[in-house]
Design a protein around this ligand. Structure first.
Ligand code: ATP
Length: 382
């Protein structure tokens, strides 16, 4: 199963995109709909609300009088929290139940307006943000939905900003004009779901490309997912994509710090479920004394290549990854040498599918770099 979060500002077009994905076969869970369901007549949620806010929040027929509840619940922060305390756990439980009921191979799209406000991005395999600029959204809400202009403006202002939403967006769908075509997105989701279910990782031989300014933000999103799956353990963006300005293969590398290799093995299933299946045990090339074991995982998303290295915190290979990155960040000359070398080798070994010959050819420069990194490390320590 693939868990996809779908969010966007009010009136951006979430429901429109959810419908397009449902037509292709996605199982859509609509958070707004569940929020209504937990307060339907006969639910213990509605009974709790009536107890907390008074029977006058009910209509004569026993249904919820939404306007009456809103007047009371939004009167103070405390009242708002009381209402959320009743509804949120119930909505959460119902969401979990709907996810559990979905078929094993489902692509579940959770249409959740407050994904950013609730800080939920890391629980999904992928987050889609539907964007429309606020003027367009206002026009749609007032025009086609008949919402009061001031009310619409107030709601837009109360929500997360476009910038906050951009930070969580693995996929950014611009719905300011024509409704975007979701064909390529759907193909990606299908491939991603299959990989998660079969614990396969995305493969292929990536080319060296110029530095991409969006790499750090992409890495932050993915690191949070990995860390959540790994019980909050520390995750760092390492490798060439973590060095601003450096050309690199478009594969984001991460290092997850573990206490020992047994812990790494214990995390295998949780990481696979989160979209980072196991590749194998490896020994890194020693650059220093001791501690070269690692467990390699890789990303299942065909639209975003990821390598995830589980190394024992404090071991020589763990430290090398961090120091080598920091040295390259610090030393412009080293960065340029390394970039030139990689470009030359990637051209020379363009036909080399597994990247081993490329890796071997980099070795002499890497070996020579050990001293330079040590010197840098010494300089930092003094
Ligand atoms: P809400 O936050 O209220 O749930 P939403 O983000 O789900 O809203 P939709 O209901 O999908 O948004 O779209 C809002 C309105 O804009 C609807 O009337 C919809 O038909 C219209 N709409 C959506 N996308 C476009 C588009 N690209 N061009 C024109 N109108 C659109």
């Amino acid at each position: 199963m693939l868990r996809v979060g779908l969010t966007g500002g009010i009136g951006s077009g979430k429901s429109t995109i959810a419908r397009l994905l449902a037509e292709r076969g996605a199982v859509v869970i609509d958070a707004d709909k569940l929020a209504r369901e937990v307060l339907e007549p006969g639910t213990d949620g509605l009974a709790e609300v009536a107890k907390a806010f008074g029977e006058d929040v009910l209509n004569a027929d026993g249904t919820l009088d939404r306007a009456a509840l809103a007047a009371k619940a939004f009167a103070s922060e405390e009242a708002r929290q009381t209402l959320n305390g009743i509804t949120h756990p119930r909505i959460g439980a119902l969401t979990g139940q709907r996810m559990a009921e979905a078929p094993e191979d489902a692509i579940v799209v959770h249409d959740i307006p407050l994904l950013v406000e609730r800080d939920m991005a890391a629980v999904y395999h992928l987050v889609i943000v539907v964007f429309a600029d606020s003027a367009t959204r206002l026009e749609r809400l007032v025009g086609s939905r008949g919402m009061d202009r001031q009310d619409a403006e107030k709601r837009i202002a109360a929500q997360a900003t476009d910038e906050q939403r951009r930070a969580v967006a693995d996929v950014w769908l611009d719905n300011s004009g024509e409704v975007p075509d979701v064909t390529a997105l759907w193909d990606r989701l299908v491939g991603f779901e299959k990989n998660v279910r079969t614990q396969s990782y995305a493969s292929g031989a990536p080319k060296v490309v110029p530095y991409d300014e969006t790499w750090p933000a992409q890495a932050l999103r993915i690191a949070r997912r990995i860390s959540l799956a790994a019980g909050g353990r520390h995750v760092e963006h390492i490798g060439s994509t973590s060095v601003p300005g450096l050309a690199a293969k478009d594969v984001l590398d991460f290092q997850l710090a573990v206490e020992d290799v047994e812990t790494a093995d214990g995390l295998r299933e949780a990481l696979a479920q989160a979209g980072f299946p196991y590749v194998g045990p490896y020994e890194d090339t020693p650059r220093g004394e001791g501690g070269w074991d690692k467990r390699l995982h890789a990303g299942a998303d065909p639209g975003r290549r990821v390598n995830l290295h589980l190394r024992v915190e404090g071991a020589a290979n763990w430290r090398w990854a961090v120091d080598f990155r920091d040295w390259l960040r610090h030393d412009a000359q080293a960065r340029e040498e390394y970039a030139n070398l990689k470009l030359e080798l990637s051209q020379r070994f363009a036909a080399d599918g597994d990247g081993f010959a490329y890796g071997d050819a980099k070795e002499p420069w890497m070996v020579a770099a050990v001293r330079r990194v040590e010197a840098y490390r010494g300089g930092q320590a003094s």
